[in-house]
Design a protein around this ligand. Structure first.
Ligand SMILES: [Ca+2]
Ligand SMILES: [Ca+2]
Ligand SMILES: [Ca+2]
Ligand SMILES: [Ca+2]
Length: 434
């Protein structure tokens, strides 16, 4: 029904505007089809309370000369002279169903209930945002790792907050912590913990020691770490020093050993000692021979070494009696002795003491090297009337053998006869200095 303006006595009253204002104020009330106010009836088509045109529905609504003018919610009886200017048709707003509830709510029975804009897809969230319904409204929520700036979701640079112990790498929507070499990200994904490389197959060829941030390789005794820091190489002890062994060094993996020449035995780890074959019973000398131990070997000598015209007198003693013409210019007695010295023995050194126990009282004795010392490698130092020392004059190299005839000449002022006795000393010089 249209609103009207009524002009009475040249006064125009815009009834429709006034009445619509009053009606709109009442819109806050909740209406149903049976509860329209007086002057309205429920229109199920539009679901609105619709004005009743009383001028048509009430017979003789105005008496006498009065004319009936319908208006919203009622009617007027005015003189017939009053002119009526129809008000413009009220704008039919295409607003959805009339909603008397606050924004974000809609009527439900007697009460207002929240509208779930998210479920109805009546929100303006961006595709990347999640719509969260709230009472009377809704939120557009950004994914984790993003913060909302205006209507946009902006990646959070978590690295600004120094979450990571070592290095931080920001990525859209997230971040990751990285660690320096030798460390790995801990269980909290932030801290860096040392990697135990030794338990993870570190390439140490022998021993591995874990340290903070790295590891070290170490080697067993007898090995040294190679330039790569992992490999253990055998130390050639024999090359590094010639003092490890008295005779010969044999390098072995992780160690070394000393060996001795034949005829010697190892004493301790490095020293060599001559084997006395004559004592150990290793010798092959016969019953008629005497075993003489020498440095590095032994020698069998005949027990009786007396040669014509000498005759065997007793052990090692040969005698040439003056009654034999052949003995006239020969020493009366020859006694055999044997000794051994090492090669390169320091000189001069006393090596053999000659002592006589068989002499005439009052005799004068002198000692000399009768033969066997063509190179003058020895000399005699007489100590007293009865003894003298054989001295090695220079260092000599073996293996070689000397046979020295050491002679004692005895003279007696009363007897007036000179006698000679010889000590035939066999000196065996060993091949080595030990
Ligand atoms: Ca980020
Ligand atoms: Ca480590
Ligand atoms: Ca070695
Ligand atoms: Ca020997």
């Amino acid at each position: 029904m249209q609103g009207v303006c009524v002009s009475v006595l040249c006064v125009c009253i815009c009834v429709s505007a006034l009445l619509r204002s009053a009606i709109s104020q009442s819109h806050v009330k909740t209406y149903t089809n049976t509860e329209c106010t007086d002057g309205y009836h429920w229109d199920p088509l539009t679901e609105h309370c619709k004005d009743i045109n009383e001028c048509e529905t009430i017979p003789d609504a105005c008496k006498g000369e009065m004319k009936c003018f319908n208006h919203y919610g009622g009617y007027l009886c005015l003189p017939r002279s009053a002119s009526v200017i129809p008000a413009p048709e009220p704008a039919i707003t295409p607003t959805p169903a009339f909603n008397p509830c606050p924004l974000g709510y809609e009527p439900h029975g007697d009460s207002c209930v929240d509208i779930d804009e998210c479920e109805r897809d009546e929100h303006d969230c961006q595709p990347s945002q999640q719509c969260i319904n709230t009472l009377g409204a809704f939120n557009c929520q950004c994914p984790r790792g993003y913060s909302k700036v205006g209507t946009e979701c902006i990646d959070i640079d978590e690295c600004r907050f120094r979450y990571c112990q070592h290095r931080c790498v920001n990525v859209p929507g997230s971040f990751s912590c990285q660690c320096e070499p030798g460390f790995q990200v801990g269980g909290n994904n932030r801290s860096c913990v040392d990697v135990n490389e030794c338990e993870m197959g570190a390439p140490c060829s022998q021993r591995c020691f874990n340290t903070y941030g790295t590891f070290m390789c170490r080697c067993d005794q007898g090995y040294e770490l190679g330039p790569d820091g992992f490999t253990c190489n055998d130390i050639d002890e024999c090359r590094s020093s010639s003092y490890h062994c008295q005779f010969r060094c044999v390098n072995e993996p992780g160690k070394f050993s000393c060996v001795c020449p034949e005829g010697y035995q190892l004493v301790g780890t490095r020293m060599c000692q001559d084997i006395n074959e004559c004592e150990t019973g290793e010798h092959q000398c016969s019953d008629t021979q005497t075993c003489v131990n020498i440095h590095g070997r032994y020698q069998c000598v005949d027990a009786n070494r007396c040669q014509e015209p000498y005759t065997h007198n007793s052990d090692n003693l040969c005698v040439c009696p003056h009654s034999k013409p052949a003995c006239r210019d020969l020493p009366y007695s020859v006694v055999h002795r044997y000794m051994t010295i090492t090669s390169e023995r320091s000189a001069p050194s006393d090596i053999f003491l000659i002592q006589t126990t068989n002499f005439l009282t009052g005799s004068f004795n002198t000692f000399r090297i009768r033969s066997g010392d063509d190179n003058r490698d020895f000399y005699i130092r007489q100590t007293n009337n009865y003894s003298a020392m054989l001295v090695l004059a220079r260092a000599v190299s073996g293996p070689r053998e000397y046979t020295l005839d050491l002679e004692m000449l005895s003279g007696h002022p009363l007897v007036g006869q000179r006698s000679s006795s010889v000590l035939r000393l066999s000196i065996f010089v060993g091949q080595y200095t030990f």
